[in-house]
Design a binder for this molecule. Structure first.
Ligand SMILES: Nc1ncnc2c1ncn2[C@@H]1O[C@H](COP(=O)(O)OP(=O)(O)OP(=O)(O)O)[C@@H](O)[C@H]1O
Length: 494
C-alpha cells in the first residue's frame, strides 16, 4: 500500500524560533494516525503545512503519490481546528454550505442543500437535524457538524486537532463512532491529542514529536502503553507519584445553599474551606458549568444563597466576583478565556491592571516580574511576550489563561476543565502548582470529567446528575467506577 501523504525533511521557523527541524511524516490510507508531543512542539504547524494553511521553509510533500499541488490540496485535506469555526446563528445545513451555497438561478436552493446534508447525516449515522440552529447543539454535535463539513467537501484526509478536548465521555463515544464510520469509508484521519488513553482506543498508528523532531513512530499494538508514549513525548519517564498532599484545611470560606435555576440545576448545597480543593464532576447535562457561572454572576438569575466567609453575597457579574476574591476560569478558551487581539503580556496582566498601575503609569518592572514568575512556574513556552496570544500553541494559551487567574491572587479559584489541551507532563506541573497554592491557603473548585485530575487534586468530590448533587465522595472513598455509576444516574451505598 502506498501512503496517502508523505512529508519529508520539513523545516519551518517563525523568526528565530526553529519550530520544525527536518520532520518526516507518513500517513497510510484508511488509517487513524495519532500525532503526539508536548505543547508547542510543532504538531499544529506541521499540519498547517500539510493543509496548505502556511508555507514550509523547505522539504517535500507528496499527496496520493503525486507532487503536492497547492490548488488541489483544498479539496483533498480538511483541517478541523481545536477552536471550531461554526456560526451559531446559522442552521446545520447553512453552516455546511457556507461559502459554497447551492443556487437555483439567483436564489439559494435551500431544499437541495438540506437534502444533500441529510444524505451525509445518514451516511455517517449521526443523530443530527439539518435544520437545527448550531448554537443549540451540544459540543459533540458541533464537532460532528465540523466533521460533516470536511466529509462533504470530499476530503480524503481529515486532520482533527484535539477533537475531544471539550467533550464528556458519552460525547466522546459519539464522536469516535463517527470517526470509525469515516475510516470505513476510506478516509484517512490524523488525530492530534494529549489524551493517550484515547489514542490507544481509536488509533492504528502514531508519530511522536519532541522539540521539532520526530522521536518515534509505529503501530498501535495491544502491548503499547500510555507510559511508553509519554516517555517518548517528554524524553524521560513521567513520575507516577500522586501529587495530592495532606495539608491543614481552614475555616469555611464558601457555602452554596439550595441553589436552583430552572432546567439547569436544583437544590444544590456545597461547601468549600480555606485551602481545600473540591472537585465537581458528572456527564453531559450535569449542570456543573451553569451552576458555577451563576455563582460568579455570569448566569443570573437563580434562587438560593451564596455565602462568602459566612456572609450572604449577591454577585451580579465577574467583576463583583473578583471583589469577593473569587476568580473563575471558564471552559471554552477561545470564546471565554483569551482576548485574541492582545499580546501574551497584555492577556496575562489584564486582571491585575489595577494593582500594577502606580500613579497612572504601568510599572513595567512589576509587569515583567509578574509575567516571568508565571512563565517559569507553568513552563509556558514563549519566545516573546509582545507577540499576539494567538501565536502561542493551544496548550500554552491555556497556561496563560491559568496564569491570568492565579495572578490576581484570589482566595477562591474556580477552574472549569483547567487542563484542556495541556500535555501530560505540563498537567502534572499545573497540578503541583495548584497543590502548592492550596497549601498556602487558596481554595479551589475543579470542574472536570477526568478522573486522574480529580484523584491528583481533590479533598472531596461532588458528583452531579441532571443538575442535582447526587453524592459527595471523601478522598478516601474516591473511585472511578462509583463516580461513573452515579454520574449515569445510579447509586452507591455509604
Ligand atoms: N503564527 C505564528 N507566529 C509565531 N510563532 C508561532 C506561530 N504559530 C506557531 N508558532 C510557534 O510555533 C511553536 C509550535 O506551535 P504549535 O502550535 O505547532 O505547537 P503544538 O505542538 O501544536 O502545541 P499544542 O499541543 O500546545 O497545541 C510554538 O512555539 C508557537 O509559539
Amino acid at each position: 500500500m502506498n501512503p496517502v501523504a508523505e512529508m519529508k525533511s520539513i523545516t519551518k521557523s517563525f523568526g528565530n524560533n526553529h519550530v520544525l527541524k527536518e520532520v518526516d511524516f507518513t500517513l497510510m490510507p484508511g488509517s487513524i494516525h495519532a500525532l503526539l508531543g508536548e505543547n508547542g512542539t510543532g504538531k499544529t504547524t506541521l499540519m498547517n503545512i500539510l493543509g496548505n494553511i502556511i508555507p514550509k521553509d523547505s522539504g517535500s510533500i507528496e499527496l496520493f503519490g503525486e507532487v503536492y499541488d497547492e490548488k488541489e490540496v483544498k479539496n483533498q485535506v480538511a483541517f478541523i481546528h481545536q477552536e471550531l469555526s461554526l456560526i451559531n446563528d446559522l442552521t446545520v445545513f447553512e453552516n455546511l454550505f457556507l461559502g459554497r451555497e447551492l443556487k437555483k438561478g439567483v436564489f439559494l436552493d435551500k431544499k437541495a442543500m438540506r437534502e444533500e446534508t441529510e444524505k451525509y447525516i445518514q451516511m455517517l449515522d449521526v443523530d443530527l437535524n439539518a435544520n437545527q440552529l448550531v448554537g443549540t447543539l451540544n459540543p459533540a454535535l458541533k464537532q460532528i457538524t465540523e466533521i460533516l463539513r470536511a466529509v462533504m467537501q470530499e476530503a480524503k484526509i481529515i486532520i482533527m486537532d484535539e477533537p475531544t478536548s471539550s467533550l464528556t465521555d458519552v460525547e466522546i463515544n459519539h464522536v469516535f463512532n463517527v470517526i470509525r464510520n469515516l475510516k470505513e469509508s476510506g478516509v484517512s484521519i490524523i488525530f492530534i491529542s494529549h489524551k493517550l488513553n484515547e489514542v490507544l482506543t481509536i488509533c492504528d498508528s502514531y508519530t511522536i514529536m519532541r522539540d521539532g523532531h520526530v522521536v518515534a513512530t509505529g503501530e498501535v499494538t495491544d502491548d503499547l502503553t500510555e507510559a511508553h508514549l509519554s516517555s517518548h513525548m517528554v524524553g524521560k519517564d513521567l513520575s507516577t507519584d500522586i501529587i495530592y498532599k495532606e495539608r491543614p484545611i481552614g475555616e469555611m470560606i464558601l457555602e452554596l445553599e439550595d441553589l436552583t435555576k430552572e432546567r439547569q440545576f436544583k437544590n444544590v448545597d456545597m461547601t468549600l474551606k480555606k485551602g481545600e480543593i473540591i472537585g465537581v464532576t458528572g456527564l453531559l447535562g450535569d449542570g456543573r458549568s451553569e451552576l458555577f457561572m451563576s455563582v460568579v454572576g455570569a448566569n443570573s438569575p437563580f434562587k438560593g444563597t451564596v455565602k462568602v466567609n459566612g456572609q450572604a453575597v449577591k454577585i451580579k457579574n465577574t467583576t463583583q466576583a473578583m471583589k469577593n476574591n473569587i476568580t473563575y476560569v471558564p471552559k471554552n478558551r477561545k470564546e471565554n478565556g483569551i482576548i485574541s487581539d492582545l499580546s501574551i503580556k497584555e492577556n496575562m496582566i489584564l486582571p491585575i491592571m489595577n494593582s500594577l498601575d502606580q500613579y497612572g503609569i504601568l510599572n513595567s518592572k512589576a509587569i515583567q516580574e509578574h509575567n516571568q514568575r508565571y512563565i517559569n512556574e507553568l513552563f509556558i513556552k514563549v519566545s516573546d511576550t509582545k507577540n499576539l496570544i494567538t501565536s502561542l500553541s493551544g496548550g500554552n494559551q491555556q497556561k496563560v489563561v491559568l496564569a491570568k487567574a492565579l495572578g490576581s491572587q484570589p482566595e477562591i479559584v474556580i477552574l472549569d476543565n483547567p487542563t484542556q489541551g495541556v500535555d501530560v507532563g505540563a498537567k502534572l506541573e499545573i497540578y503541583s502548582l495548584i497543590m502548592k497554592l492550596a497549601a498556602e491557603g487558596i481554595s479551589f473548585i475543579i470542574l472536570s470529567s477526568e478522573y486522574p485530575e480529580l484523584y491528583n487534586l481533590c479533598d472531596r468530590v461532588y458528583v452531579m446528575f441532571h443538575g442535582e448533587v447526587k453524592h459527595e465522595f471523601r478522598r478516601e472513598d474516591l473511585n472511578e467506577e462509583d463516580i461513573m455509576l452515579i454520574a449515569t444516574g445510579g447509586s452507591v451505598h455509604g
